[in-house]
Design a binder for this molecule. Sequence first.
Ligand code: PMP
Length: 357
Amino acid sequence: MARMKPQPGIMDIALYVGGASHIEGVSDVVKLSSNENPFGPSPAAIAAVERSARNLHRYPSTDHAALRNAIAGAHGLDVARIICGVGSDEIITFLCQAYAGSGDEVIHTQHGFAMYRISALAAGATPVEVAERDRTVDVDAILAACTDRTRLVFIANPANPTGTFIALDEVERLADGLPEQCLLVLDGAYAEFEPGYDGGATLVEKRENIVMTRTFSKLYGLGGLRVGWGYACQDVIDVLNRVRGPFNLSSTALEAAEAALGDRSYTEKCLSENTKMRLWLTEALRELGVGVDDSHANFVLARFGSAAEADACEAHLKTQGLIVRRVGGYKLPEALRITVGDESACRRVVHAISQFK
Ligand code: PMP
């Protein structure tokens, strides 16, 4: 037994389980559990990875200028107010480290992304869970839960694992109603999947209390390289840069992300395939009697009659080589989150669930 005790709160963090991509004894496995791009990275990103190999003896850029410039250009943002992280996970970590400590409260919603609670606990702060309404972020409930100790409020829009979305004026109403000492973190990991939505960038321009986070792990197909970014007012970015390690992102990751961002025709193709297959999958599952909300992301949340039924369905899918995500940890034990795969994967899912039903 080690004599050193961890900081308070650390042992409340559950160890991560999941992420498996193979099934013992089953061939032709499709992983539909991490909302990855089924078509893989853009060929331009793969070429950038290969090119970057020649310079692996060099430390990477510390200011990420090339990638930040590319992001600023692609999204019409101020380059000085962009920060890059090892996935958007790291931006979430920076926010908690920099703004929430012992005695502070960090709000996340009932089915919110697990990292909000983990990062809050790791920073010594107290996570506060707020109920959702119909699996959707409830602005009034969040405002009612704020206290003079609330330092951060995390919402994902579109949300994971529910796939639901709230309109920008609702987000703005939330930002307007927050106590003075509190930052709203608008997690846009799935923002690209909602047509016409800018992840809240326009709100960040108007309000100093909003931070937008984004990622290259979903639409851009670079989950394995771990690249995310944040956008906020200059003061917040200056604070976050103080907790950021100087070489947090590898040169390979920086160069691949820049190339992926430049390959617009590839991302547009992936996006239109996702929309087409998501609608198809949603309808097909509903026809089988599975509950599915309209999803605004690259996955659907399939709700069964009970946790036992979801368990049995997951087990059956596994025998068919299909890995989906249990969302019991998100307090949705009757549901399975299924990434929208390519057409063949979606057809396999529907076929397997029809056998199960
Ligand atoms: N936010 C949400 C809502 C997510 O679903 C994820 C990934 N599952 C992330 C953030 C983190 O993504 P990454 O660290 O790969 O950028």
